[in-house]
Design a protein. Structure first.
Length: 219
C-alpha cells in the first residue's frame, strides 16, 4: 500500500511537472509571437507606392501599420523619409502534368514581385528585390467553374504570403543600418533611384479557361 501511494504521488508530480513545462512553453511562444508581430521601422514617415485601391495595396498598408504603429503612411513621396516602390508584379500559369489523353492534370501558379525601398534622396535601403511564390494545383476540365474559384482562393493565399515576406524584408535589421548610414552620409556607393518614379499599377492577369494548345500557358 505504501508503495502504491508513493507511486501515485510520483505520478501526480510527473503530471504537474509536465503541466508546468507546457505552460512555460506556451508563455515563451506567446511572447515570441508578440515580438515578431511588431517590428518598428527606423523612419517616421513612409510612402507606399502601391495602389491602395487593390487588395494587395490595402493588405500591405494594414501590415505596415500593425508592425510599425509609430510610422505614418503619408500621401506623397515628398512627405516621406522612405519610399516603398513597386517595380514589377506578374502572375504566371503553366501546365505541369498531362494525363494519358493529353489533358492537363495540374497547373503551377506563380507570383513574381519586384520592389525596392529608398530614402527621400533616392538612396537604396533595399535594392531591387524579387520575391517569387509558386503553388501547384490539380485541374479537371470537367469542373472549370469550381476550379476558377479554387485558383482565385489560391492566389489570395499566395498574396498574403507575399505581404508577409515584403514586410519581413523591409523591417530587417540591415534596413535600420542602411537608413542610419544614409542619414550620416556614409553611403557614397549606394545606388540612386528617382523617389518620384511613377509606380506600375497592380493588374493581375485575369483567369481564362486553360487550353493545352494555348502558348500563353507555357512559361
Amino acid at each position: 500500500m505504501y508503495f502504491a501511494g508513493q507511486q501515485s504521488q510520483l505520478s501526480r508530480q510527473s503530471w504537474l511537472l509536465r503541466g508546468a513545462c507546457l505552460a512555460l512553453f506556451m508563455l515563451l511562444t506567446a511572447c515570441g509571437f508578440a515580438l515578431r508581430g511588431v517590428t518598428p521601422m527606423p523612419f517616421e514617415r513612409l510612402y507606399v507606392g502601391i495602389p491602395d485601391t487593390t487588395q494587395f495595396g490595402a493588405d500591405v498598408r494594414r501590415a505596415l501599420r500593425a508592425a510599425s504603429p509609430d510610422t505614418k503612411l503619408v500621401d506623397t513621396p515628398k512627405e516621406a523619409q522612405a519610399i516603398l516602390q513597386q517595380v514589377n508584379d506578374s502572375r504566371t500559369l503553366r501546365e505541369v502534368s498531362l494525363n494519358a489523353q493529353g489533358r492537363v492534370e495540374s497547373y503551377e501558379l506563380g507570383i513574381n514581385y519586384t520592389f525596392r525601398l529608398i530614402d527621400a534622396q533616392g538612396r537604396a535601403l533595399v535594392p531591387d528585390t524579387t520575391l517569387s511564390i509558386y503553388r501547384e494545383m490539380p485541374y479537371d476540365d470537367q469542373v472549370v467553374q469550381a476550379k476558377q474559384g479554387q485558383i482565385d482562393t489560391l492566389f489570395k493565399a499566395m498574396q498574403r504570403d507575399l505581404v508577409s515576406r515584403v514586410l519581413r524584408r523591409i523591417t530587417a535589421p540591415d534596413v535600420h543600418k542602411a537608413f542610419e548610414a544614409a542619414q550620416e552620409g556614409d553611403d557614397e556607393n549606394t545606388p540612386l533611384f528617382n523617389p518620384n518614379e511613377p509606380q506600375r499599377p497592380r493588374v493581375p492577369t485575369p483567369w481564362q479557361t486553360p487550353s493545352v494548345t494555348d502558348p500563353t500557358n507555357v512559361r
